[in-house]
Design a protein around this ligand. Structure first.
Ligand code: NAP
Length: 513
């Protein structure tokens, strides 16, 4: 994993100090080697039995858990995130690897189908047709800065790609190279223990964009998973689309996650919702892709209670160290722009900073017309900053929802009496977001079978799938049809015996062995 190029050292955002040791950045030959090894490993890895692949994913989970406190301590020093949060994230990382192991075993994702031959069909016979999904090939994964464990080297993108049968080459995030190295070694050890080819997993450090660009444009790479800035995601999409062989990029970029306060709920529970909202806004210094950056308040009754409770809770919120100096600077600049905006009213700020790279939460309010007149107000300010839009009617809220860009989530705070207000908004929400939720806050994403962490651009580059949950495996699969191929040449899952017992659609009927 150590390259010959420019060395990278982590910066502790809580102190500003550079941390030892240094990690060798990749040179072009390192990128080529990792990708060539991945291509060499592909056919063998993708044909591992379901049991073998599932056991491999479970072994990675065990190895990560065995890294124990030194892992969370290093991640804490590199990211500024609290140790308790990182312990939870370590559990989530292991948990999602185990969930994908279960998914691999159950075999639904293969989408196995058999249309038996109809030799006597008139006017023409039908040949024997069998289909299964296969892995797309080696995948490049970019670790996210805001989840140094659960969305980084062994995070959801890597777990789903490995589950699909794709070798993975990770571009470690430069903000947490030491954490990346520890987790990368845990995966490499699982590869070795499982007797798999070494190219099943590689990791590269990079001191600038050249490493990521070389990875995405390497001809051995067949798909890309990314979480980060819109600029980074767009640059990688452009690079992938300009290749002689274009490839898909599954990029999760920006979202402001509108929260709608419907009139009855606002009237009945304004203060309670305000307090809960402030908790969601300030959690993890607001550095979640699902952070609630926009509130649409429908009606006036209860709005004062919501605003006062949110303001009070924000005022009591402690300043929090942000992930990197650059992310902190971008946050402060974003908030300063909002503070200078003539149409915005500053509602409240979080507690004063007491150390380097700490952010203070910020809450603003604006009238519906002013929001509709300035698209700049819907730009994501990554961190705990949010804007309340005062809507007089449900139609005002509908206009805003029609205007905002694609989102990961839209939340309804609603009571029984709000059902008919919500009903006409639902089709708009479906067009705008990947997840619609009621009476909760968007932060906190369950890793499960029915989760969608995706949505129309710019929330993601491809709204047809998700980056969290088991459905994420589909990003890295493609169907292959076998026509009149003899039993002995067919892949195991399509042979008549169905030795691995996978569910199959036989002549249009689902058969579960
Ligand atoms: P980033 O700048 O997009 O970087 C993410 C990864 O992509 C890094 O490995 C970076 O490495 C690489 N990269 C970035 N631009 C690239 C380019 N043009 N070509 C090739 N590789 C590129 O994200 P970040 O450092 O995590 O945070 C910066 C901003 O991203 C934040 O302030 C926030 O606005 C946004 N962000 C959003 C989310 C979200 O969940 N929506 C999460 C994290 C960050 P190199 O710089 O070494 O190339």
């Amino acid at each position: 994993m150590a390259g010959e190029g420019q060395a990278i050292k982590a910066v502790n955002p809580a102190t500003g100090d550079t941390m030892e040791p240094s990690f060798g950045g990749a040179v072009p030959a390192d990128v080529e080697k990792a990708c060539a090894l991945a291509a060499e490993a592909f056919d063998r890895y993708r044909e591992t039995s379901l049991e073998q692949r599932a056991a491999f994913l479970e072994k990675i989970a065990d190895n990560i858990e065995a890294l124990a406190e030194p892992l969370t301590e290093r991640a804490h020093a590199e990211s500024g995130l609290p140790v308790a949060r990182l312990q939870g994230e370590r559990g989530r990382t292991a948990g999602q690897l185990r969930l994908f192991a279960k998914t691999v075993r159950d075999g639904h994702w293969l989408d196995a189908r058999i249309d038996p031959a109809l030799p006597d069909r008139e006017p023409l016979p039908r040949p024997d047709l069998r289909l299964r999904n296969i892995a797309v090939g080696p995948v490049a994964i970019f670790g996210a800065s805001n989840f140094p464990l659960a969305f980084s080297v062994a995070g959801g993108d890597t777990a789903s790609a490995l589950a699909a049968g794709c070798p993975v080459v990770v571009k470690a995030h430069p903000a947490h190279p030491g954490t990346s190295e520890l987790v990368g070694s845990a995966i490499a050890k699982a590869v070795e223990d499982a007797g798999l080819p070494e190219g099943v997993f590689s990791m590269l450090h990079g001191a600038d964009h050249a490493t990521g660009t070389a990875l995405v444009t390497n001809p051995h790479i067949k798909a890309v998973g990314f979480t980060g800035s819109r600029g980074g995601g767009l640059a990688l999409m452009k690079a992938a689309a300009s290749r002689p062989e274009p490839i898909p990029v599954f990029a999760e970029m920006s979202s402001i996650n509108p929260v709608l306060l419907l009139p009855e709920a606002l009237k009945a529970r304004g203060a309670e919702i305000g307090k809960g909202f402030a908790g969601s806004l300030t959690m993890g210094a607001g550095q979640f892709c699902t952070n609630p950056g926009l509130v649409l308040a429908l009606g006036e009754e209860g709005l004062d209670a919501f605003v006062s409770a949110a303001k009070e809770a924000l005022g009591e919120s402690a300043p929090a160290t942000m992930l990197t100096p650059a992310i902190h600077t971008a946050y402060d600049e974003g908030v300063a722009k909002l503070e200078a905006h003539s149409a915005l009213e500053l509602i409240g700020r979080g507690g004063e900073s007491t150390g380097p790279h700490q952010s203070r939460a910020a809450l603003f309010a604006v009238d519906h017309e002013a929001f509709m007149n300035d698209d700049a107000l819907q730009a994501e300010v990554f961190g705990s900053s949010s804007i309340i839009v005062r809507c007089r009617t449900a139609e005002d809220a509908a206009q805003v929802l029609e205007r905002v860009e694609g989102q990961l989530t839209i939340t309804l705070q609603m009571d029984e009496g709000d059902t008919e207000t919500a009903r006409p908004l639902l089709p708009i929400m479906e067009r705008r977001a990947g997840r619609i939720l009621a009476n909760a806050f968007p932060t906190g994403v369950e890793v499960s079978h029915a989760m969608v962490h995706g949505g129309p651009f710019p929330a993601t580059s491809d709204s047809r799938t998700t980056s969290v949950g088991t459905l994420a495996i589909r990003r890295f699969l493609r169907p292959v049809c076998y026509q009149s191929i003899s039993e002995s040449l067919l892949p195991e899952v399509l042979r008549d015996a169905n030795a691995e017992g996978v569910p199959r659609l036989v002549d249009g009927d689902m058969k579960i062995n």
